[in-house]
Design a protein around this ligand. Structure first.
Ligand code: FES
Length: 547
């Protein structure tokens, strides 16, 4: 290696630091400093750190959607690790898709692996109140549409929302995935919640550098940590923290890489009994900075462990079990981390809906939905795709009222490659102006983890491959019954068969290049939307030529 004394490698494990730093990914813009902290720890523990870049995925800039590149980045990570002489790897993860992409890639190599998350931004502060990424943005944009907020005030709020390094600080997808990382045992204790700019984040990165060297010595590979039981812990934790629907899809993809059988039904079964006790937006009131000061994820793990809702013996990257890491964790603020007898929501888990409209499942987050819509039957107002929705939703003549069900088609993995976060369709302005706050919305799309509403997502199979969603017409009655986990299209089988015969596959939204590969090989949402040829662990053991 150029520039190093020749004895520097003697007995030193080579530690790759996989960096998603990019000025195009504001959430990860502080990762160069974070990488330096990791390196200090690696040197100190007798390793040789090498930082390497992979494509970065920023939610705010990437078009058509960052999700289309998740699988591409996972390949970048996997092949970068396998092709280089790396003994262990630290993954620097922050903005939403950088988390699953890096873990998926590393999992397919199965080396000792430790995740250092970038940490959330400080709380947003606007006119004397705390405001949360995404959640308040959605709220304010509806207020603008309803005429209750001016555009200059909206812009001022936006600036006040993002005032430090770090990722979105509500319990959106990035925070939920950071909690997943800690719950899986892939991060050191408190990895999820320490704010990006808190000096304790630097200390954690430094310690991670030390620890990965030990992990190589112990041959503590990712497959020993990310087990079936670890996923069960992560599902329960997602319910307890009021986490994002996106964790469902990413967890299925990660499980596929390590060969763990995980299904949508596991999400429903394991989360059903769990109450949301973390009082964070969008389900609650506070933000990640408050969560850390209240005790962070260890305090939540302790509650789950004390009530038999945690596999206590799961191993974590620090060599201890998850229970050893959390059994004495304090809760400094019972308003932020509630007790089980005073939860934020009793039904914290994800509801997996099935029926003739979603034979392979659909996802709804009850804690973000409106109880008066948990059981509802209403007429469909359909949109052929997102362009059709954008064109017509503001039309004052659109035949829609608060009992209608908005149905958006062709936004699934193939229909809108990458399955954009458009499932939480904004309500028609004329209904907002009348004070309507929520309606049932159904689509094969995803939604931002910061969003809320009675939104049925990830309908599988999607419309673009001929799923029943494609057959819904205006005025069809649809029945949602959350308790029964039912999503039913009240149209006869005969009529559906006629419609199916008339259905024509839509032209692909994009042609050529990576987008074509994506459309051809992506799996449906209920399988994690990974590429079929990437599922599984291929190991790091390709014989290397000597140099
Ligand atoms: Fe990066 Fe929200 S935009 S985490």
């Amino acid at each position: 290696m150029r520039g190093y004394p020749e004895d520097v490698f003697n007995g030193r494990p080579v530690i790759g630091i996989c960096n998603t730093w990019s000025e195009l990914t504001p959430c990860n813009a502080h990762f160069r400093d974070l990488a330096e902290r990791v390196k200090r720890g690696v040197w100190e523990a007798g390793g040789f750190p090498v930082e390497f870049p992979v494509m970065s995925l920023g939610e705010s800039n990437l078009r058509p959607t960052a999700m289309i590149f998740r699988n591409l980045v996972s390949m970048d990570v996997e092949e970068s690790i396998r092709a280089n002489p790396i003994d262990g790897v630290v993954l620097l993860c922050g903005c939403d898709k950088t988390v699953p992409a890096l873990i998926m890639g590393a999992a397919s190599c199965d080396l000792p692996t430790l995740v250092v998350s970038g940490g959330p931004m400080l709380n947003g502060k606007f006119r004397g109140a705390d405001i949360g990424s995404g959640t308040d943005l959605w709220k304010f944009s509806e207020e603008v549409k309803a005429g209750a907020m001016s555009l200059p005030m909206f812009r001022e709020a936006e600036v006040c929302m993002s005032r430090s390094s770090g990722h979105c600080m509500s319990m959106g997808t990035a925070s939920s995935l950071a909690c997943m990382v800690e719950a899986l045992g892939l991060g050191l204790p408190q990895n999820a919640a320490i704010p990006a700019v808190d000096s304790r984040r630097s200390v954690l990165a430094h310690k991670a550098g030390r620890r990965i060297v030990e992990m190589v010595g112990e041959d503590l590979r990712i497959s020993r940590i990310v087990t079936r039981n670890a996923f069960e812990n992560a599902i329960r934790v997602n319910a307890a923290v009021g986490g994002s629907t996106n964790v469902v899809i990413h967890s299925l993809a990660i499980a596929g890489r390590v060969g763990v059988q995980l299904s949508l039904d596991d999400w429903d079964r394991l989360g059903r009994e769990i109450s949301t006790i973390v009082n964070l937006m969008p389900s609650g009131r506070f933000l990640m900075e408050d969560f850390y000061y209240a005790g962070g994820l260890p305090a939540v793990l302790r509650v789950l462990g004390e009530t038999n809702q945690l596999h206590r013996d799961c191993l974590t990257v620090n060599g201890k079990t998850i229970w050893e890491n959390s059994k004495d964790a304090p809760n400094w603020n019972p308003e932020v981390i509630r007790s089980l007898d005073r939860p934020v929501a009793a039904n914290g888990g994800m509801a997996i809906l099935r029926g003739n409209l979603a034979p392979n499942g659909a996802v709804l987050k009850p804690s973000a939905a409106s109880p008066h819509l948990f059981r509802h039957r209403g007429p469909a107002v359909t949109f052929a795709n997102i362009e059709d929705y954008n064109r017509r939703i503001a039309d004052p003549d659109l035949a829609v009222d608060e009992d209608s069900i908005l149905v958006l088609k062709n936004c699934g993995p193939c229909g809108y490659p990458g399955m954009a976060e458009v499932g939480n369709m904004g309500l028609p302005a004329k209904l907002l102006q009348r004070g309507v706050k929520d309606m049932i919305r159904i689509s094969d799309a995803r939604m931002s983890g910061t969003a809320y509403g009675t939104v049925v997502l990830h309908v599988a199979p999607e419309a673009a491959v001929g799923g029943p969603l494609a057959l819904v017409r205006d005025g069809d009655l649809i029945e949602l019954d959350l308790e029964a986990r039912k999503l039913h299209l009240d149209v006869s089988e005969e009529e559906l068969a006629l419609r199916r015969a008339e259905w024509r596959k839509p032209e692909p939204a994009m042609k050529g290049g990576y987008q074509s590969l994506y459309i051809e090989r992506v799996l449906q949402a209920d399988k994690g939307a990974d590429f079929d040829f990437l599922v599984g662990c291929r190991g790091a053991g390709i014989p290397r030529e000597s140099h």
